[in-house]
Design a binder for this molecule. Structure first.
Ligand code: FES
Ligand code: FES
Length: 163
């Protein structure tokens, strides 16, 4: 059965006609065409499909799209600033925190959300904050360092120089 879904997606109020039992991940990728959000395990364990719902990181593979009625959803695409990378994306690249890249959008979304909620996390808080995301090929050390560098304003300052 088709239903209308009204939500705020990446800062814009949108309406889509969706199947009543569609997963949020499938609507984001297949109906809306935002392919940055990935499907890994499909059962809520790897974090590849992480999106932000009302300010919290959620695995979109285990969420019904219909339950997003009236809510605010942000995907990795929200953080694009034209051709400019987000400081967290720059930091992941600079720290070689990416190999195959499949997990990276989920990690970046979770990392940005972590610093929004806690701008000065300790190393332990970073590890805890990213515990819902799994990477099978990059070492976690590089990922933690990438978050620490953004916490320490390394890339924000570079952005300001370019303004
Ligand atoms: Fe959703 Fe793994 S694909 S948690
Ligand atoms: Fe390959 Fe994380 S970079 S799974």
């Amino acid at each position: 059965m088709k239903i209308n879904l009204n939500m705020t997606l990446n800062g814009k109020i949108v309406t889509y006609e969706i199947e009543h039992d569609a997963r949020l991940l499938d609507v984001i990728r297949d109906e809306i065409g935002l392919s940055g959000t990935k499907e890994g395990c499909g059962v809520g364990e790897c974090g590849a499909c992480s999106v932000i719902i009302d300010g919290k990181v959620v695995n979109s593979c285990i969420v019904l799209a219909a339950s997003m009625e009236g809510r605010e959803v942000k995907t990795i695409e929200y953080y694009n600033k034209g051709k400019e990378l987000h400081p967290m994306q720059k930091s992941y690249i600079e720290n070689t925190a990416v190999q195959c890249g499949f997990c990276t959008p989920g990690f970046v979304v979770s990392s940005i959300n972590l610093l929004e909620r806690n701008p000065e996390p300790t190393r332990e808080e970073i590890i805890e904050g990213l515990s819902g995301n799994v990477c099978r090929c990059t070492g976690y050390e590089q990922i933690i360092k990438a978050v620490e560098d953004v916490r320490d304003k390394k890339y924000v300052e570079e952005d300001k120089k370019n303004e």
